[in-house]
Design a protein around this ligand. Structure first.
Ligand code: EPU
Length: 460
């Protein structure tokens, strides 16, 4: 039962309410992202242990890749987040049998999957729906997906994805926001990406695994999730070599088969808890791959945090001042753009002036306006933000403008003495499993509150 508490402390069973007052219930459903919020009382250093979940950006590539197996796959260490729920829903809508084995493990049987059109409303809910283009094209020679949604980080073209499909022999068309790709057959090709793109590199592998002959992808993205997708495809019988370097070679095979695969730990979720710990505290962050965290570890050490590395954990501590930094976001192994808003929050209270250059996305400083509400001093000029460290942040009403901007606001609220509220937290829940419970486990004062919209309150 979805129970909500009104201002009169009255529990409402939404399912029963839906039958009584359909229009208001529908309005409520549409508004749900706006009415839930986090209430955080900051100023308490974090202490203890936190376990990192599976990587979102690997999961959203590997789930569509199960289509290629035309068989049963068991995927372990799937993060319990809304982007994964949407991917699973798309798979079952297309005809896959999806069975939950436990909260983080799903059995997916794509043997009888026949659908090639991803429903509009589902594909618009996340950026990564573009991986269904590559996977469906590869298996069926046809796919239709709505122009993907996801975070608003500036223009998010997919020309490099279409470049691969076209080089392999597919035709594409875009009509009323729907992208259709079709091919009679796919033949291996040599593609040089004009821009390093995670999505285009992963779609390149997905579309080439069963093409005739060899495909060479050059100027590839090298992120850990690119390697994870290649490892999954190889476990299913594909021949993909070189993932994690600039050049990936894919030799097409006749068919793939199912496998059991465990997703790598989430680099950015781990990095987010590392920054939260570096604001002051002592946290052991478990189930991580320290190698994937090196660009983050290096910057945090320069900022004055102590980072101790173990086989599959890192411990982050800070007691002294936060030191200013120069950061320039770059594709892996450079400093990840997804960590930029989180580091920005840390640098807003550094002892001195920091410079942050965003080189991947055109519009990733929107969170700065929220941070200014808390007293931060930041000047943004195009792709460069200059942070003049202030003594401390003050609590404020905040918005999660996108996934990582939202996570950054959580860390900012944890740093401020007093109570902040963060709205539009649906963005945060797209990528962070159990964030409230995990932070509470570290001693944070955070709760998730459902506020009933006025229209619903009046109708009750
Ligand atoms: N680009 C093009 N043409 C393309 C594709 C990309 O010009 O066809 C440009 C983009 O505009 C951008 C740059 O290339 O300037 C990099 O984009 P990329 O394709 O690498 O991004 P993406 O695959 O759409 C993934 C992550 C993002 C992360 C970026 C960069 C997923 C689902 N998303 O996006 O993650 O910021 O790589 O590392 O994997 C997040 O998790 O919060 C998030 C936004």
């Amino acid at each position: 039962m979805l129970a909500l508490y009104t201002g009169r402390a009255q529990a409402v069973d939404m399912n029963a309410f839906r039958n009584l007052n359909r229009p208001v219930a529908q309005a409520f459903d549409k508004e749900i992202i706006k009415v839930e919020k986090f209430v955080i009382t900051g100023g308490k250093p974090l202490h203890g242990e936190v376990t990192i979940s599976g990587a979102k950006n690997a999961a959203v590539g590997i789930l569509p890749a199960t289509i290629l197996a035309a068989d049963v796959c068991v995927i372990e260490n799937l993060p319990d987040i809304s982007d994964v729920a949407v991917s699973l829903k798309i798979l079952s809508t297309l005809g896959a049998q999806v069975k939950m084995l436990n909260r983080n493990t799903y059995e997916i049987d794509t043997t009888h999957l026949t659908g090639t059109n991803v429903p509009d409303d589902l594909s618009r809910q996340m950026r990564a729906s573009y991986y269904f283009l590559g996977a469906l094209l590869s298996r069926f020679g046809r796919a239709q997906v709505a122009m993907p949604g996801g975070c608003n980080l500036g223009p998010r073209p997919i020309d490099q994805h279409l470049k691969v499909f076209s080089a392999l022999g597919a035709e594409d068309s875009v009509d009323y926001g729907m992208i259709t790709v079709r091919a009679k057959e796919l033949n291996g090709a040599h593609i040089f990406f004009d821009k390093v793109s995670v999505g285009a590199t992963m779609n390149g592998m997905l579309s080439a695994v069963m093409a005739k002959g060899q495909t060479i992808l050059e100027n590839c993205a090298k992120e850990p999730h690119v390697v994870d997708l290649a490892n999954f495809l190889n476990m299913c019988g594909a021949d993909v070599r070189g993932a994690g370097t600039d050049v990936i070679k894919v030799r097409g095979v006749e068919k793939l088969h199912g496998c059991t695969y465990s997703i790598i730990p989430d680099q950015i979720e781990a990095g987010s808890y590392m920054v939260a710990a570096a604001t002051g505290g002592d946290v052991l962050i478990k189930n991580v791959t320290p190698k994937h965290l090196e660009p983050i570890t290096a910057k945090l050490r320069r900022a004055g945090a102590e980072v101790e590395e173990f086989d599959d954990a890192v411990r982050v501590r800070r007691t002294g001042d936060i030191l200013p930094l120069k950061i320039n976001t770059m594709p892996h192994p450079g400093f990840p753009t997804d960590m930029q808003p989180l580091m920005g929050v840390l640098l807003s209270v550094a002892k001195g002036t920091s410079t942050v250059t965003e080189s991947v996305w055109d519009n990733r400083f929107r969170y700065v306006d929220e941070l200014r509400k808390m007293g931060a001093s930041v000047q943004v000029d195009g792709q460069v933000a200059v942070f003049e460290g202030v003594e401390k942040l003050s609590p404020a009403p905040l918005r999660a403008l996108d996934l990582r901007a939202g996570a950054a606001m959580v860390v900012a609220a944890l740093m401020a003495d007093g109570t902040s509220e963060i709205e539009e937290i649906g963005h945060i829940e797209r990528g962070y499993e159990n964030i409230v419970e995990k932070l509470r486990g570290l001693g944070a004062d955070i709760s998730k509150v459902d506020r009933v919209p006025a229209a619903l309150e009046q109708a009750l």
